[in-house]
Design a protein around this ligand. Structure first.
Ligand SMILES: CC(C)(COP(=O)(O)OP(=O)(O)OC[C@H]1O[C@@H](n2cnc3c(N)ncnc32)[C@H](O)[C@@H]1OP(=O)(O)O)[C@@H](O)C(=O)NCCC(=O)NCCS
Length: 214
């Protein structure tokens, strides 16, 4: 067992696994970040974002530092679990789950990216379904949200397909320029109506022991 059991949390589906983002897995995933396979056009990330750094080594450095900072900060109103997406034994992307005022409201938000050479095959949707299973079934989440720039076809399609409802819009900057975001929310009831029975959660007790869930 890991001395930090939150890194042992795992979600498995028929096509992929989410593994707690250990330094060893992050180190392997860094090759994808270094190769620039995090990018998409139009630009999908709001500022500040390490992936907009053009120097590959500095990009990896900034990406790791951002994860370490957030991984080490666990508060009742804000915590974040980072997972590395593993397909056929290879790290191919990142999926995170953020508790936002979870102890009082039970709300979470999600973020992800997938290596550009593997997009468009349903993996992005599978990653989201996996982390939602952890959130709703494993942690008792009441509502999940997701934001995406209006021109992010993939992310918006996944939210729509999984039963999220539109929840207005917001503004953020990407690469310094203002851009509009779609906000989406998925209630517990709407998740339950489509819940899957082929997703397994492993070592979720660590979340109950180590996250301020209530
Ligand atoms: C968002 C992302 C994770 C989606 O992963 P993916 O594996 O490409 O998505 P999927 O194959 O599961 O596709 C999901 C849906 O989006 C649609 N889609 C995905 N990419 C698309 C594209 N470029 N053009 C049109 N439709 C697209 C698919 O048709 C599918 O729709 P459907 O369920 O109605 O058939 C991936 O594109 C990515 O990493 N993008 C860059 C990072 C990013 O945008 N992160 C989210 C920030 S909010």
């Amino acid at each position: 067992m890991m001395s930090y059991p939150l890194l042992d949390v795992r979600v498995s589906t028929p096509t992929l696994e989410l593994h707690g983002a250990t330094d060893e897995l992050l180190d392997r995933l860094a090759d994808v970040v270094r190769a620039g396979k995090t990018h998409a056009d139009p630009a999908p990330y709001d500022d500040p974002m390490s992936f907009y750094e053009t120097d590959p080594d500095l990009r990896v450095t900034k990406w790791l530092r951002a994860i370490w900072r957030r991984r080490g900060s666990v508060e009742p109103d804000a915590w974040r679990l980072y997972f590395v997406v593993v397909v056929d034994g290879a790290p191919v992307g990142e999926q995170s789950l953020t508790g936002v005022n979870f102890s009082t409201l039970g709300t979470v938000t999600t973020f992800s990216w997938l290596s550009s050479d593997l997009r468009g095959r349903g993996l992005g949707r599978e990653m989201r379904e996996a982390v939602l299973h952890l959130a709703f079934d494993g942690l008792g989440t009441k509502e999940a949200s997701s934001d995406a720039f209006v021109d992010n076809v993939g992310s918006n399609a996944i939210s729509r397909r999984l039963g999220y409802e539109p929840n207005g819009s917001d503004w953020a900057t990407r690469r310094g320029e203002p851009a509009q975001l779609n906000r989406w929310r998925l209630s517990r009831g709407d998740w339950e109506a489509r819940r899957r029975d082929d997703i397994q959660l492993h070592n979720v007790e660590a979340c109950h022991a180590l996250l301020p869930l209530s």
